[in-house]
Ligand binder design. Sequence first.
Ligand code: NAD
Ligand code: USQ
Length: 398
Amino acid sequence: MKVLVLGGDGFCGWPCATNLADVGHDVVIVDNLSRRKIDIDLGVESLTPIATVRDRLTAWEQVGGAPIRFEHLDIAKDYERLLELLRQEKPDAVVHFAEQRAAPYSMKSSGTKRYTVDNNVNGTHNLLAAIVESGQDIHIVHLGTMGVYGYGSHRGATIPEGYLTVEVPQPDGSRFTEKILHPANPGSVYHMTKTLDQLLFFYYNKNDNIRITDLHQGIVWGTNTALTEKDPRLTNRFDYDGDYGTVLNRFLMQAAIGYPLTVHGTGGQTRAFIHIRDSVRCVQLALENPPSHGERVKIFNQMTESHRVADLAEKVAALTGAQINYLSNPRNEAVENDLIVDNRCFIELGLSPTTLDDGLLTEVVDVARRWADRCDRSRIPCLSAWTRRQAAALASPA
Ligand code: NAD
Ligand code: USQ
């Protein structure tokens, strides 16, 4: 099928685009390269050296990959070109990765909060409006987040795949049951944009019958897939800095360079995880198993396992001999939470989960060791504070 991959130059999008091309889909990457620009603005770089888009695509063809085209386009700002692209390409599906995805970056300042809302909400809405205006039947596969459900308020309940069955009391004492979108409980401005995306999807699916799959993805770890390992110019990005690095990849990279692991608070936060190779596979499964016409938004929990942050730190320390540092938490988040997640949809579609095994953890440490001299240690601390209270605690650590 013909697939537009919005945000296909990013950490999840690039391995996904190459995989889709490899399994025979006709892929066009659409990206405004804003992620590369943010690195320049922040004065940081991916730990792994990443080639330009042009060099990536040339290398892809040189290793025998089916050609992938590239459109430089801002989906949040350039509505007319997005519409024109849909009319020209007539895609069967659009995979939508094109959002500002870092919670700490979204909480840095009122400027980054506003950018994150403008970019993410407008981008998603432009896509929906353009599909309606084009009159085409296009399946959207969107990368959402497990963070839409929130952390700390589930009291041992299993998080369902998007919808919660509730009982509504009536004035006469009777009750009816209904399936509603699981209540949203975002933990950052970034996560809030994903909860707004959900409402946009709900509305356009109801009003215009757009077929949508929303993937509530956990924290992605790892870096390369077998395809991005085929040539150094295909190497995927590896974010390690305090704004964009995510917890497990940061711990593995910190262990590789002898930097004490940066646990926020007690490390009692439990989060959902998925390896990049499984993330790529899930997107393909979602794309190849679209909702039927008239079906409500399909929601999958795209995660394979849950872990406490402190347990991850201990596991990495046991594997590598790293020290652990328990730091004042820059985030306004529950000190501890449980997290039990239903992820049956992907398992039933045939996903065989890659779990946190020592070999895969070591593989990431090896990548980080290889590029250790590219690391700017001063950019490791997380300095983006959620509120003035956290900012004050960061400014005067105990
Ligand atoms: P990323 O920042 O590496 O990639 C996003 C890509 O989208 C970048 O290449 C960027 O240039 C592009 N982009 C952003 N705004 C755009 C716009 N207006 N127009 C065109 N292109 C635009 O992020 P990622 O880690 O690859 O995440 C991709 C998606 O997956 C995001 O929506 C994110 O919320 C979601 N997700 C990521 C993770 C994770 O751990 N990385 C976990 C869960 C969900
Ligand atoms: N944390 C540490 N030390 C660190 C970094 C993070 O203890 O050095 C803690 C954080 O305080 C938080 C947890 O680890 O409790 C997760 O933080 P993270 O930065 O790894 O993940 P998060 O901010 O939630 O965001 C990432 C992606 C985002 C995606 C989300 C999925 O950047 O795009 O939506 O994971 S989820 O967490 O399931 O909502």
